[in-house]
Design a protein around this ligand. Structure first.
Ligand code: AMP
Ligand code: MG
Length: 505
């Protein structure tokens, strides 16, 4: 590993915080050794304050309550003091960015404290690491709020994701396109290992380390890969197959809720199939399959409709990286090719649920295609369409215009509703009510639209965190009604189209 010259900017170890009760930190990943992680100390931020907290996750981690009034924890999650028993480290990885091999990257602004209750805890934005390259190691308040809210929104939607524990802020300036202020978002996952970690050791011809990493991931997260090994099955092929399946399911889930990941580089792909690295993401407003949510993605490599193919491409990068451990290339290719069955199956299952069916069936496909084509043609709001359809399903009455009114093509909308009704083929009210209830559990009323995040950010910049808190509460419960926040379930306002989200975070 060759840390860049920024290493000399990493601050000296600071004293441990004795006011935080000693928690049972483990260092499973860090114990792989100095080829995998570099010990470091976060760079303190002046006069930190709480911006957001996630109480249930704090309880799950065993943090002392009430933690909001605990100044020691505020300092800890800003990176100003080291919690007793925790280590602090950054990991090395590499990756393909926008389709091009980018070489070594690594945690340039994430500092891992180790694992609590089987969950790794990382401070993102806690200052430079040996992998910061030309970056400042910081995260701004704006992007930290987006990551915090979206992680928890995705979790509540049931999408596999890293979680967010808290945000602390400081008035210390951070320069992006303009002067902003610093924040640290603490994120949590079973593991933050990325495809890029494998690519790193493979490209560096460090095949022993590659095996150590693969064994670590299998032993901790994919133990079934060791089954049947005596029959000639290969654990690393099994790993590739299982990661392929999880990735297919994750992307199918994204597509079913209209979530667009802005930077699907291999260094942002979780080996556990978790949504990872919330930068320029977006939930679609109007349905446009070609939508590009990242203003830095000038070629549209990560346009919404391309994301399943990108996932498949990224899996091939992982497969390539694992080849030194795999004897039989055909087996590796076979594992990767399962994407072509897993992905459509996963997508069909998701859309079946959105349509109110308990199982996917081929007869649903024309209806799904019809709905998506019509929505694309009329640029209908993705979330609102599915939610309105869920309510409409309770009566399936063509005189009820709430879905039709979303479309300019009224005849097309009527044909769609008739096809939906024909497919359900239920006349009695109870059965229709049951369909509607199922659909209301599959089609959220609330998603983190760009403009909602923006409202929380604007208020937070003025030190008003109430919008953020209210939005957090609503997004934690996205399938239910929140009468006080009806407007957040409405169409995006015109100014939303002007929000530019880039890689700058
Ligand atoms: P991302 O585009 O956020 O996935 O980041 C790509 C790489 O750049 C990773 O190695 C990050 O750790 C690093 N990086 C991003 N922003 C910063 C920053 N402000 N300071 C240091 N490294 C950064
Ligand atoms: Mg990243």
């Amino acid at each position: 590993m060759t840390p860049s010259s920024t290493a000399n900017r990493v601050s000296a170890p600071h004293p441990q915080n004795t006011n935080v009760p000693e928690l049972a930190w483990k260092q499973r990943y860090a114990s792989l050794g100095p080829d995998f992680v570099v010990a470091l100390s976060p760079t303190p931020l002046p006069e930190p304050y709480w911006v957001a907290r996630n109480r249930p996750l704090a309880s799950a981690l065993g943090l002392p309550q009430p933690w909001g009034s605990n100044d020691a924890l505020l300092q800890t999650f800003t990176g100003n003091t080291a919690p007793a028993g925790a280590a602090q480290s950054a990991s090395v990885y590499s990756g393909h960015q926008f389709g091009v091999w980018a070489g070594q990257l690594g945690d340039g602004r994430a500092c891992s404290l180790g694992e609590l209750q089987g969950l790794e805890v990382q401070l993102k934005g806690a200052g430079p690491t040996p992998f910061s390259r030309r970056g400042d190691g910081r995260a701004v308040l704006r992007s930290s709020i987006r990551e915090f809210l979206c992680s928890e929104a995705m979790h509540a939607l049931g999408v596999p994701t890293t979680r967010a524990l808290c945000i602390t802020g400081s008035d210390a300036p951070v320069w992006r396109e303009e002067r902003e202020t610093a924040a640290v978002v603490t994120r949590v996952a079973q593991s933050f290992v990325r495809f890029g970690h494998f690519e790193h050791f493979s490209h560096g011809q460090q095949h022993g380390k590659l095996k150590t990493l693969a064994d670590y991931v299998i032993d901790h997260f994919y133990p079934t890969c060791r089954e049947h090994v005596g029959d000639g099955a290969q654990p690393y092929v099994a790993l590739l197959a299982q990661v392929t399946q999880r990735t297919a399911e994750m992307v199918a889930h994204w597509q079913s809720v209209g979530f667009c990941h802005g930077v699907m580089n291999t260094d942002n792909m979780s080996i556990l199939g978790l949504t990872l690295d919330y930068g320029p993401f977006q939930f679609l407003d109007a349905y446009d399959p070609a939508h590009i949510c990242n203003h830095s993605d000038t070629q549209g490599r990560y346009a919404f409709y391309k994301q399943p193919n990108v996932a498949y491409w990224n899996l091939y990068c992982l497969g390539q990286a694992l080849m030194p451990l795999i004897d039989d290339q055909e087996q590796a290719i076979a594992a990767l090719e399962t994407f072509k069955t897993h992905y459509p199956q996963a997508l069909a299952t998701r859309f079946a649920a959105k349509l109110g069916f308990s199982q996917a069936h081929d007869t649903q496909r024309p209806l799904i295609e019809m709905a998506l084509k019509l929505m694309a043609q009329d640029r209908v709001d993705f979330t609102i369409f599915w939610r309105h359809l869920s309510h409409w399903a309770a009566g399936m009455d063509l005189a009820d215009a709430r879905v039709r009114d979303l479309f300019m093509d009224r005849a097309g909308a009527d044909a769609l509703l008739q096809a939906f009704r024909a497919l359900h083929a239920q006349d009695d009210t109870d059965a229709r009510a049951a369909v509607s209830t199922r659909m209301l559990r599959a089609n959220p009323k609330y998603v983190l639209r760009n403009h909602l995040g923006e409202l929380a950010i604007r208020a937070a910049k003025a030190k008003d965190f109430s919008v953020l808190q209210a939005l957090q509460t609503v997004l934690e419960d996205p399938f239910d009604e929140h009468p006080d926040h009806e407007a957040w379930a409405g169409f995006a306002p015109d100014w939303a189209a002007g929000i530019e989200i880039s890689c700058s975070s």
